[in-house]
Ligand binder design. Structure first.
Ligand code: HEC
Ligand code: HEC
Ligand code: HEC
Ligand code: HEC
Ligand code: HEC
Length: 417
């Protein structure tokens, strides 16, 4: 190991002591209940160390990641129910399709597919889904296909990351890879999801994001979803620019930057017209359209006398699919055709017009427009399955909508106006 000589004596001793201990455990196996494939690349636990092993030195990163959806990519009741729906559908030729992104080390250990599925189905998996090593061992991303694929470095003790000037440690070697500051790393799993009829470009998740103003001005996925902050990268090291690993998306403050709503109301006698301008500031589709039921909805509510709702209407942004038999389906893995596509395109401004009877017996009324992520939807059996899989039953977060933004205005009713 190089560059040790520049370390201060005290830190040197501590770091070596910590490092030697960590070096013994980091890339060495631990029990997970999975058979080991020692033939080509060594046991899985050794090649893809559990994220918990990084915590001892990267506490901040670990704690952020732990709160992120990524740390639960094979844990959620809705994922288990969807996995089950996939495995029992006619379209499950590739049994581990769902794990290819949700627990991507399966790609390196193809003969352990059944064990991965069993782990995911257990509801309390002993393996990581998208853990630390599942990203930091990616050496290259091949984008020659609509479905990009990662190249993992599985031979050594090297982890790839954003720093050129990293501090040495004894648990792993570090190599700077510009890929870690680029969207390409994320596109691996976020660009397209395979489906029944290979819908190709018409089923990409992000839309024409590369032409967006944000991307043209140099923003990568990380700029917004791994915001820069200042802190310790490894415990006790000097503060520096680090990247937030809580991956803000549906969870977190980033949501507030998704869209702006403007309301324009015209009262004309008995009839009122409201125009809601939805200005998406997201440089890709909103929502991204996997899973297939992903929807953002705009709710218009008119409150008249005593704030009683006198009128409501909804607009839905998402995709509707048909399966091979022409039936509509919420499962993208069954999709053979896109029937309707109303997603908000990158940075799109859409004007929605609503017309309704002017509220009576009141001097004013409220116009409220609210944008939110819709809860999961689908066939009753699927929803019941989620309920059964969840310890929270009907209170499972999948059944709650997630507010994005709202706007309210009070409108006077001018008599005869
Ligand atoms: C190995 C595959 C993989 C890679 C690489 C990956 N992701 Fe993800 N990502 C996922 C999966 C799977 C989920 C869904 C987790 C869940 O909720 O079950 C997810 C969820 C997310 C979410 C949360 C979405 C939401 O609805 O709130 C964000 C944000 C995100 N990823 C951003 C990124 C960024 C930024 C990168 C690149 C630095 C990246 N991801 C790289 C697989 C990946
Ligand atoms: C190409 C990579 C990829 C494949 C293949 C894939 N997913 Fe996902 N999945 C993702 C990403 C990325 C997200 C986060 C999406 C977002 O929030 O926009 C996600 C999110 C989800 C979610 C919502 C989050 C959660 O955990 O509750 C479910 C459910 C899900 N996927 C189920 C499946 C199922 C079932 C399959 C197999 C039929 C599958 N996925 C195949 C990448 C993938
Ligand atoms: C013995 C302590 C220790 C353990 C255990 C450890 N790391 Fe590190 N790691 C460090 C130190 C120290 C740095 C340098 C931090 C700095 O330069 O500020 C570092 C740097 C990194 C970097 C940045 C490398 C670069 O060039 O950009 C990544 C990525 C990383 N570690 C990932 C991991 C992952 C993933 C694990 C678990 C599999 C892990 N580390 C376990 C001590 C450790
Ligand atoms: C979805 C992919 C992904 C996952 C999962 C992930 N990282 Fe990272 N990590 C990145 C990317 C991308 C960067 C560089 C971000 C940048 O500089 O813009 C990074 C940066 C880092 C760094 C250097 C910057 C910093 O914030 O300290 C360390 C150390 C690190 N990761 C460790 C970890 C550890 C430990 C885990 C698990 C607890 C983990 N990462 C999980 C993608 C990931
Ligand atoms: C300019 C900032 C910005 C950039 C760059 C950006 N996003 Fe987003 N992204 C957002 C905002 C804002 C939202 C919507 C609010 C939210 O969910 O937090 C969002 C939402 C998401 C979601 C969750 C929403 C859903 O419908 O499930 C995922 C997943 C995601 N982005 C992935 C990516 C990926 C992958 C990239 C890179 C190709 C990227 N984003 C680039 C700002 C950005």
């Amino acid at each position: 190991m190089a560059a040790m000589t520049s370390w201060k004596p005290l830190r040197w001793t501590l770091a070596v002591a910590a490092g030697v201990m960590a070096a013994l455990v980091l890339f060495a196996g631990g029990p997970s209940g999975l058979a080991q494939d020692a033939k080509s690349k060594g046991p899985m636990d050794k090649v893809f160390p559990a994220s918990a092993k990084c915590k001892r030195c990267h506490e901040r990163v670990f704690e952020e990641w732990e709160t992120s959806p990524l740390s639960r990519s094979i844990h959620s009741p809705v994922f288990r129910a969807a996995l089950d729906a996939y495995l029992t559908s006619g379209s499950s030729r590739d049994k581990v399709l769902c794990l290819r992104c949700h627990a991507p080390h399966v790609n390196e250990y193809p003969d352990q597919g059944p064990a991965f599925i069993a782990q995911a189905k257990s509801g309390d998996p002993a393996i990581d889904g998208v853990g630390c090593a599942q990203c930091h061992l990616i050496k290259q991303v091949d984008r020659s296909n609509i479905q990009p694929s990662p190249r993992y470095e599985t031979g050594g003790k090297t982890l790839f990351g954003p720093y050129k000037d990293f501090v040495q440690n004894l648990a792993h070697q570090s190599i700077e890879l510009p890929l870690f500051r680029k969207s390409d790393l994320c596109l691996n799993c976020h660009l397209a999801v395979p489906n029944a009829a290979n819908l190709g470009k018409s089923n990409d998740l992000l839309g024409g994001w590369e032409a967006s103003k944000a991307v043209k001005s140099g923003k990568e996925c990380q700029t917004c979803h791994m915001p820069e902050q200042v802190g310790e990268s490894a415990n006790g090291e000097n503060k520096r620019k680090v990247a937030n690993h809580s991956f803000p998306g549906r969870i977190g403050k980033l949501r507030q930057e998704a869209a702006k709503l403007e309301i324009a109301t015209t009262v004309k006698g008995d009839q009122t017209t409201v125009k809601v301008t939805v200005r998406s500031m997201v440089p890709h589709n909103l929502p991204t359209t996997h899973p297939g039921w992903a929807r953002v909805v705009l709710d218009l509510n008119i409150q008249g006398k005593n704030l009683k709702t006198v009128y409501s209407e909804q607009r839905v942004y998402g995709r509707t699919y048909a399966d091979a038999k022409g039936q509509t389906t919420v499962f993208d893995f069954e999709a053979a055709k896109v029937l309707e596509n109303t997603v908000l395109k990158p940075e799109e401004t859409r004007v929605e017009t609503f017309t309704f009877p002017t509220p009576k017996d009141t001097k004013t009324f409220d116009v409220e427009a609210a944008l939110s992520y819709a809860p999961v939807s689908g066939p009753p059996a699927f929803l019941q399955r989620i309920e059964a899989e969840s310890s929270q039953g009907t209170q499972d977060p999948a059944f709650q909508s997630i507010p994005i933004t709202r706007q309210t205005v009070n409108i006077p009713v001018t008599p005869g106006g």
